[in-house]
Design a protein around this ligand. Structure first.
Ligand code: TRP
Length: 334
């Protein structure tokens, strides 16, 4: 608890261009939580290093992600929006926790198996211990809740296991985090292969709508979206393309799928696709405008970063000191 509020922790990796899927599936839902909980939103730049990054580009991407959080509506005065790498307690606690994590547990992680298959030329130890760093992220802030998608559930489970193991030896050091099950973000699929999740690392750029795509690009991508030949606009398992477009439309316009179906009953796919593009652009345009504005406010953004780094470090260091003490590491003389 901080200020009588439960603590919620989440973040995104600072790689790739965020897609409409990242927004509708995660960011948009974070906006609903920002008042009720004490929220920490990290730019997870240390995690990004498990894959080789081009330094200049990486530096820009990480900063852009932080700006995007704010442009999307997260409030950097109310919530703590910060860079993981600016708070050294993350790396320190990660080491301490790695001594309480078993090789066997890490070996079972599906994401490690998938990522090492994908990057077989660079299966580094960081990729293997990725979940330990993630546990440190969450436990440092004594988070009560972590809103995560399906793909991160296993990481939250190992976080709980590590925390319980540590607590059972040393007493209550860490809050055991729960997954935050809200109304759940929409799951947005690729426009080109609607059986696959829309992904920022998709090689086919037509499959994803990026948050920085201009209006014409969005129209073009929606027009090209893969559908079917049955001609009816309804949500059904055997119609993944149309169902995905309905999902996008309903999420962007904040109406139910059923209402969206009613709205387009009897209409053709062409008109529907244009309406989807329009709904998407109505969401993206104000965000992009704010993003452009904030890009020019260098001092303001630097100020936010400084303030939030300090706020995060204050809380994180408190937990780190407690863990160090319990472990019997010598205290620094004052
Ligand atoms: N692994 C997460 C992802 O790729 C990002 C992440 C790192 C994270 N640390 C976290 C998410 C802590 C939630 C809490 O999506």
């Amino acid at each position: 608890m901080i200020n009588d509020k439960k603590v919620l922790y989440s973040g995104m990796q600072a790689t790739g261009n965020l897609t409409l899927g990242n927004y509708l599936g995660a960011l948009k839902n974070w906006l609903d939580l920002k008042d009720e909980y004490e929220c920490f939103w990290g730019v997870m730049d240390l995690h990004s290093l498990t894959v080789r990054q081009e330094p200049a580009e990486f530096r820009k991407k990480a900063r852009n992600l932080l700006i995007l959080y704010i442009a999307a509506g997260l409030d950097p005065k109310e919530n703590c929006i910060y860079f993981q790498s600016h708070v050294s307690a993350h790396a320190e606690l990660s080491w301490l926790l790695s001594c309480f994590t078993y090789m066997g547990e890490l070996n079972r992680m599906t994401q490690f198996k998938e990522k090492s298959a994908k990057h077989s030329d660079n299966i580094n130890a960081g990729l293997f211990t990725y979940p330990v760093l993630m546990a440190a992220d969450i436990l440092l802030y004594q988070a009560d809740y972590v809103p995560v998608g399906k793909d991160q559930k296993q990481h939250l489970e190992i976080t709980r296991d590590i925390a319980e193991r540590f607590n059972s030896i040393y007493g209550d050091v860490f809050t055991i985090p729960e997954p935050y099950i809200g109304k759940g973000g929409a799951k947005i699929m690729s426009l080109q292969d609607p059986l696959k999740k829309m992904s920022k690392s998709d090689e086919n750029v037509n499959g994803s709508i990026y948050l920085m795509d201009d209006a014409d690009t969005v129209v073009r991508k929606c027009k090209r979206a893969v559908t079917d030949s049955d001609g009816e606009i309804r949500y059904a398992e055997e119609k993944p393309g149309i169902s995905n477009l309905l999902e996008i439309y309903s999420s962007c316009s904040n109406i139910s799928i059923a209402d969206a179906e009613k709205e387009f009953a009897g209409k053709g796919y062409g008109d529907f696709k244009l309406a989807v593009a329009e709904a998407v652009n109505a969401v993206l345009a104000p965000m992009q405008k704010e993003y452009e504005r904030l890009q020019k406010e260098k001092d303001f953004i630097d100020g936010i970063i400084k303030e939030n780094d300090e706020k995060a470090a204050y809380i994180a260091n408190k937990t780190l000191r407690k863990a160090r003490k319990k472990l019997g590491l010598t205290e620094k003389p004052r």
